[in-house]
Design a binder for this molecule. Structure first.
Ligand code: AMP
Length: 419
């Protein structure tokens, strides 16, 4: 037994799982290329103020879940709990608005939240996300949603639903917040303690509460859609028009509010209909004041983020393929010192030619090496003894059907590549 265990809420991605991650990451990158999003990689920690100011001091993420620490000079940092604020910080800092092909960005990487771990919820989790910064055009909203839809569809997922909403802007959200306060007032005592606070500071969040009694009370709450001003309403209609044109199925759910402070207007979620409590695969929305909150110019944006862990759970649930696991194609079996040295030269050449090759320096007998070759699941064994070496020959054995033939050493690559 190891003396140490992985920290609670985190996990190792072992080799027989990591190929699944590579598969979904490759698929994500391909979709990003299609939509002309380019990768941005920001640090894993940032000044904690970046999140406090943007995500919102009263949000669960900032209030309860941030991994905050002080460095040796007393500066307060946080392990990033989400990716949007750092991307917008970098966008402003590096003047990306002036650079070509730099307003549509994607990121991949770990995020950290101190929450109670459960299936689909971890303290370190891996997100993929995109941001389209600088445009108010509702086409951008639809395109961001289309990206997420195409990604999930490309993986073969079927059991998910896209829910969209418009949560209003500074102008119209106030009236709605007041209406919510009025609505919940008679039931204040029945709300959970978090929601009582939320009602004061950000009443929309009550609609997002997972506590059963809060959910029940919220069922007949007023709908934001009845409070949208003309601009927000027109915007929402346009987004839907574009989604219809792209043939992306969705439902309008006025209860989608998103948990972070910086959102306005379009909000959406892709929800898996099979997963348990943690069933939001992807969440996203528009953030028109975030850049300003971080000290930049007024610059709108829209994006989404999803967690790889839930994505894999969904794919496993739907029994979808993840491609093949990595294994070597060729195993070198060498007999005797001279053949070993000659064999080492051969495997270097094979690797240079992109042929994955394995060799075990601790094994010397034919039997042990052949057993090892079979165990790794390689397609071929190359068997080199002193007799073959003298004649510049080598034995190529197909481990699938057991057939073997003697070939010229100079023909190895051709013979293997042919197969
Ligand atoms: P959020 O940033 O909270 O909107 O989350 C966006 C997506 O990230 C969610 O829909 C999940 O797929 C994923 N996610 C968020 N928090 C966690 C977590 N603690 N563990 C695993 N995945 C998470």
């Amino acid at each position: 037994m190891s003396r140490y265990k992985v920290p609670r809420g985190t996990f190792d991605i072992l080799p027989d799982q990591s190929y699944k991650w590579q598969f979904v990451i490759n698929a994500f990158r391909e979709v990003a290329r299609g939509f002309n999003y380019r990768e941005i990689i920001t640090p894993i920690f940032e000044k904690s103020g970046i999140f406090e100011r943007s995500v919102g001091e009263t949000s669960d993420i900032v209030e309860k879940e941030m991994y905050k620490f002080e460095d040796k000079k007393g500066r307060i940092f946080a392990l990033r709990p989400e990716g949007t604020a750092p991307v917008v910080r970098s966008f402003i800092e590096n003047g990306l608005m002036l650079k070509p092909n730099s307003s549509k960005l994607y990121y991949l990487g770990p995020m950290f939240r101190y929450d109670r771990p459960q299936k689909g919820r971890y303290r370190q989790f891996y997100q993929y996300g995109i941001e389209n910064i600088g445009t108010m055009n509702p086409y951008a909203d639809a395109e961001v949603i289309a990206f997420a839809y195409m990604f999930l569809s490309k993986l073969g997922l079927k059991n998910f639903v896209l829910q969209i909403n418009n949560i209003g802007c500074k102008n119209c959200a106030k009236d709605y917040d007041n209406a919510l306060k009025e609505y919940f007032k008679p039931n204040l005592d029945a709300l959970c303690s978090d929601c009582r606070k939320r009602l004061e500071k950000n009443p929309k969040r009550v609609l997002d509460c997972k506590v059963k009694s809060c959910k029940e009370i919220a069922r007949d709450a007023p709908s934001m859609l009845d409070y949208l001003d003309d601009d927000c309403r027109a915007n929402f209609e346009k987004v839907q028009e574009y989604l219809n044109a792209m043939e992306i199925p969705y439902i309008v759910n006025p209860k989608i509010v998103r948990g972070l402070d910086y959102y306005s207007q379009t909000a959406f979620e892709f929800v898996d209909t099979n997963l348990g409590a943690q069933n939001t695969l992807i969440g996203g929305g528009r953030y028109d004041t975030l850049a300003e909150q971080l000290g930049g110019k007024n610059m709108p944006g829209i994006g989404f983020a999803g967690g790889f862990e839930r994505l894999l759970l969904s794919m496993e649930e739907e029994k979808l393929p993840f491609g093949l696991q990595q294994k070597p194609k060729v195993y070198l079996v060498s007999l005797g010192d001279e053949a070993r040295i000659a064999g080492i030269k051969i495997i270097m050449e094979l690797r240079e030619n992109g042929i994955s090759t394995e060799f075990d320096p601790d094994k010397t007998s034919m039997n042990a090496q052949m057993k090892a070759a079979n165990k790794t699941g390689t397609e071929f064994a190359l068997i080199l003894g002193e007799n073959e070496l003298i004649k510049n020959k080598i034995i190529l054995k197909d481990l699938g059907n057991g057939e073997q033939k003697v070939i010229n050493i100079s023909d190895i690559i051709m013979s293997i590549k042919d197969k």
